[in-house]
Design a protein around this ligand. Structure first.
Ligand code: SF4
Length: 325
């Protein structure tokens, strides 16, 4: 007996990095044990900020490819692309009729986007929380994994659902937040969040050699100009990664760093070995999937079929309740 139905969407960003894995994918994999899970590559959401879409298709495929290699199981979870189930755009339109504009204009991320992309304040950007509500409600998901920073978005989705249910009768479950600790994974520059666009990332699918090369070029504690300088592991990004990938040796590494008994080169080499070891099963699985041409497309088509069946049921009920002829 499953505990509930989870919905989670991610913008297609292409090949995933360890920040994506530690921040979301590993949690996706775990949730499959206790929940009915629906994982969606939200390509329509991506259009609210993307002006150049020529990589969208490829990025969607590569992201899902990595999800599958990391352990998302199409037998247990529905894995699909948002735009493949057209019903979501219909529900988005219908939910927009019950959503006061001032609810949307006060959303902090919208205000921020107005500042960061003033040349492209499109309608989709304002309606983003309504589309997100449609994503969740179309499949009647009751659980949404979110970090604390995303709670206001989910609260807005709950408000929209409550309003719809009040006006047209109980239809959608109010989605509950499953608060998840999404650790902030810093990039190899040691100061900014790991991100592909900042080129400070470690791709899951990179070769062991490439992973080692990138780790060896990472920034560490600036106080360590020479091997004899004592270090500060608490401010070093390499040490943070050791906490995840070499947990059994962190006390020893910290002590050796503070006492200058280990140099950064050796410390990074050790990290590269740990990360390559941890990623070996992922890379093996990726190679197996690559040997099955068309597999990712097959998974996505099957996922869309299953998602569509639920979506059609929901839309029949919604149209009926709203009195659409
Ligand atoms: Fe960081 Fe390791 Fe160098 Fe210490 S020895 S500063 S933990 S890379």
């Amino acid at each position: 007996m499953k505990k509930g139905r989870v919905f989670s969407g991610a913008r297609p960003t292409g090949r995933q990095h360890i920040g994506n894995y530690l921040g979301a994918i590993q949690n996706y994999v775990k949730l499959q044990e206790d929940y009915e899970c629906i994982y969606c590559a939200v390509d329509i959401h991506a259009l609210t900020t993307l002006e150049d879409t020529h990589l969208l298709r490829e990025n969607t495929r590569e992201m899902v490819f990595d999800w599958l290699a990391a352990g998302l199981d199409p037998e247990r979870s529905i894995i699909f692309v948002q735009s493949h189930v057209h019903e979501v755009t219909e529900l988005h339109t219908l939910l927009s009729m019950v959503t006061p504009v001032n609810w949307l204009l006060r959303v902090a991320t919208f205000k921020e986007k107005v500042k960061t992309q003033p040349h492209n304040v499109n309608y989709g950007l304002v309606g983003y929380p309504v589309l997100m509500t449609a994503d969740i409600s179309l499949y009647k998901a009751d659980t949404v994994p979110v970090g604390e920073d995303q709670l206001p978005h989910l609260e807005l989705a709950r408000e929209i659902v409550r309003r719809f249910n009040y006006l047209f009768g109980e239809t959608f479950p109010e989605p509950q937040a499953k608060l998840t600790n999404f650790p902030l994974v810093l990039g190899l520059d040691g100061v900014r969040k790991m991100s592909k666009s900042l080129d400070n990332h470690l791709e899951l699918a990179a070769t062991p050699e490439e992973t080692t090369r990138r780790i060896m070029s990472a920034y560490t504690d600036p106080a360590r100009q020479f091997k004899t300088d004592p270090g500060h592991p608490d401010i070093c990004n390499i040490f943070r990664l050791h906490e995840t990938y070499t947990p059994e040796r962190t006390a020893e590494i910290a002590e050796n760093c503070r006492g200058a008994a280990i140099g950064c080169v050796a410390c990074k080499q050790m990290l590269a070995e740990s990360i390559n070891q941890a990623l070996a099963p992922f890379r093996q699985r990726r190679a197996e999937i690559a040997a099955r041409p068309g597999y990712v497309e097959e998974v996505l088509a099957g996922g869309a079929d299953r998602a569509r069946a639920t979506a059609r049921e929901t839309m029949r009920e919604v149209r009926e309740k709203m009195g659409l002829p």
